[in-house]
Design a protein around this ligand. Sequence first.
Ligand SMILES: [Zn+2]
Length: 157
Amino acid sequence: MRLLTKGEMHEYMTYCIELAKQAEGIIPRPHVGAVVLAEDGEIIGEGYKSFIDGTKFTIHAEKMAIENTEDSDKKPFHLITTLEPCIRKSKNQLFSSSCELIVERGIKNVIFGLNDNSATVYNGKGMRFLRKNGIDVFNYEGLSSQIEEELMGRLLV
Ligand SMILES: [Zn+2]
């Protein structure tokens, strides 16, 4: 399979950071952005962590991006996200965890920008779950300090 170059990862991760910022003033941090690409690198889905309209339930960036791919004829291949994807549902989340959705949708390659230190990742359990399902997982650290500074933290709206 064709893997992304560091330069491509940097470019897509930069775009994910911009997507994440669309939630500024809408939802408390951390803000998260994600894109799904076809194997040829075309963006076929994008999303950011937000509220489901009119509710206090959150939709994760990965879920929104994966849902958007349903309009494309191309198959999802890469998923790029600013934050390590969750493996456990939080109490205000209605759907499967992001890692389960990634497996269900047949994504082959996951690139994330920053390790999550919250309980939703269970010390890397999600990463092990993805790898066990044959998915390539890579932590692209080239923008991790920018992600930490601009999207994480406990600033509330
Ligand atoms: Zn998630």
